[in-house]
Design a protein around this ligand. Structure first.
Ligand SMILES: CC(=O)N[C@H]1[C@@H](OP(=O)(O)OP(=O)(O)OC[C@H]2O[C@@H](n3ccc(=O)[nH]c3=O)[C@H](O)[C@@H]2O)O[C@H](CO)[C@@H](O)[C@@H]1O[C@H](C)C(=O)N[C@@H](C)C(=O)N[C@H](CCC(=O)O)C(=O)O
Ligand SMILES: Nc1ncnc2c1ncn2[C@@H]1O[C@H](COP(=O)(O)OP(=O)(O)OP(=O)(O)O)[C@@H](O)[C@H]1O
Length: 495
């Protein structure tokens, strides 16, 4: 594609060089540059991409987009832009001919529930004989092939490539999780979303967004990109705030909720440990639903999916089948081992709100004690400290015994994190033990557990690695649990 076409509608300050040259591809990483590429230099969080411009030219870059004043070799086209990440999103959409124009794209945002809601929507759409692609925490799924993602929401270039692949392979709908980081860093800029879904907002990622207002406005950006429907949880405080912002927009507002008046709402809810049944009421009629995951959180997630399916004119009987077909979700309230009233569960709860909701969900069904294994995945900043404090409060309030340990400490000192959690546990008079090593923490929980106890291991969910420093170490909680259970002869006979 000609460079002039690649940069069409892009805002830039300065140009140098031949704009009529042919561009073979785009790269934002010098290591990915091939002959004839357009290299975009990004001032990153850890390194400055401008440092790799010469490397990119050596590798064959024909043109450079940059933010800074840098002297570049003759013969190379150079464009200076105010924001390289935004420019990358613009040129990627141009280069791939705006693939979201041909795709039904559903974007989900919110602190918790995005992945679970994606599963429900995917299942309903597949019942409606649609070919569905998905992008999110689990990876990118195209025609049942899973591609691992570095990020929940990939960088704009990769994203436009995935959308193109979906179009090429006749995918009808793409369901994607849109993180606040992605919205802030323009990864989804210049993509069109037919439907935007907002699940909820509670403190998380405050190291990037500084405060809840900023975090909320990052999430709200998704709803500037929606064309047809905005689906919003009316029971969430920030959902209400978003409704006030989007109600005047062109995309139609559809609300869901349990407590407040909504377009899509449940009645006659019956909760059990195995799951929930309720009657869903929609403008198209009412029908009984069976959700195979426990608690109000999965009523909310299924309602969001039903609202989305309703917006796509899917009949209620098909929606009912789609919701019921979701038998369980990897690492979401997953009962890894059960022997009568003894249970070991693994869950992805890693925020204060998620942990509180998960523990209140299981509490009525626990005969003995709740033994909670958890750590806090957060940096060592002030906002990370709030998260440690909040999760310790929840642990003290709902668990009979907490085993405090590491959860992806990355480059942060896990001892500091654990010490702070322990301090907050003391303040809230929680009963706890600490183990730096997460494996030892799980082993200890199994060792001290009794016949009627429930061990709840929070934080890693579906993840199969633990990130310590720069290393991603294999870490399989199910394997550790079963190994530890061997010492408890009474329990190992059956799952
Ligand atoms: C903090 C953060 O958001 N970092 C993201 C950011 O990386 P960065 O700016 O730090 O990149 P960098 O390493 O400084 O490099 C700067 C530039 O130099 C380039 N480079 C670097 C080395 C080299 O040899 N040559 C070269 O050209 C890099 O390709 C890059 O363009 O831009 C990268 C490209 O888009 C992202 O992959 C990366 O996400 C990292 C992996 C990350 O951990 N992000 C998290 C915080 C995140 O985004 N999470 C959200 C939400 C998760 C959730 O709650 O579900 C997500 O969507 O994943
Ligand atoms: N609607 C909800 N409200 C609050 N907590 C929820 C909700 N749904 C799920 N959770 C809790 O949050 C955890 C993560 O759920 P899920 O993976 O669906 O969220 P997510 O938004 O995709 O998270 P992430 O952005 O971290 O990938 C679950 O294991 C559960 O404990």
């Amino acid at each position: 594609m000609l460079l002039t076409s690649v940069v069409q509608d892009m805002e830039f300050n300065k140009i140098k060089g031949n704009m009529e040259m042919d561009i073979t591809g785009i790269a934002y990483d010098s290591r990915e540059v091939v002959e004839g590429s357009l290299f975009v230099a990004i001032s990153g969080f850890s390194v400055d991409g401008h440092r790799f411009i010469n490397k990119a030219i050596e590798q064959g870059a024909a043109a450079i987009i940059l933010e800074k004043e840098i002297e570049i070799t003759e013969g190379i086209a150079v464009l200076q832009v105010p924001n390289s990440r935004n420019a990358l999103a613009r040129i990627s959409a141009n280069f791939y001919n705006n693939p979201t124009d041909q795709l039904n794209v559903i974007g989900l945002t919110g602190t918790n529930g995005k992945t679970s809601t994606t599963y429900f929507i995917k299942s309903i759409f597949e019942q409606a004989n649609q070919s569905v692609g998905s992008i999110g925490t689990i990876g990118t799924m195209i025609n049942n092939k899973l591609i691992q993602n570095k990020n929940t929401t990939p960088e704009s270039l990769n994203l436009q490539q995935f959308f193109t692949k979906m179009n090429d392979t006749k995918v009808d709908s793409c369901i994607m999780e849109v993180s606040s980081h992605a919205l802030n860093l323009d990864r989804v800029a210049y993509s069109k979303f037919n439907i935007g879904i907002f699940t909820n907002l509670s403190p998380d990622h405050l190291e990037l967004h500084k405060n809840m207002e900023e975090y909320f406005f990052a999430k709200a950006k998704l709803f500037e990109l929606t064309s047809d429907f905005n689906v919003i949880n009316v029971d969430d405080e920030y959902g209400q705030k978003l409704i006030n912002i989007v109600k005047v927009r062109q995309a139609k507002l559809i609300t869901y909720g349990i407590e407040n008046s909504a377009d899509i709402f449940p009645t006659d809810i019956e909760y059990t440990f195995e799951g929930t049944t309720y009657t869903v009421n929609t403008p198209a009629g009412s029908i009984r639903m069976k959700v195979n995951l426990p608690g109000a959180i999965y009523v909310y997630n299924s309602l969001a999916a039903i609202a989305c399916a309703y917006c796509n004119d899917i009949p209620l009987s098909v929606i009912q089948k789609g919701i019921q077909e979701v038998g369980g979700i990897d690492g979401r309230m997953e009962v890894v081992y059960r022997q009568k009233d003894y249970k070991i569960m693994v869950d992805f709860s890693h925020t204060e709100d998620a942990l509180e909701k998960a523990l209140t969900t299981i509490k009525p069904y626990v005969k003995g004690r709740i033994i909670l294994v958890f750590g806090v995945y957060a940096d060592t900043s002030e906002s990370g400290r709030d998260k440690r404090y909040g999760m310790a409060r929840v642990a003290s309030e709902y668990a009979d015994l907490s085993i405090v340990t590491s959860d992806n400490p990355k480059q942060h000192d896990p001892n500091v994190i654990i010490e702070e959690i322990a301090g907050a546990m003391d303040e809230h008079q929680g009963d706890y033990k600490t183990f730096l090593d997460r494996k030892e923490a799980i082993e200890y929980a199994v060792e001290v557990s009794n016949e009627n106890d429930t061990i709840f291991i929070a934080g890693k969910g579906h993840e199969r690695t633990q990130i310590i420093g720069d290393q991603e170490i294999p870490f399989n909680e199910s394997e550790i649990i079963f190994e530890a259970l061997k010492s408890k002869k009474y329990f190992v006979k059956s799952k």
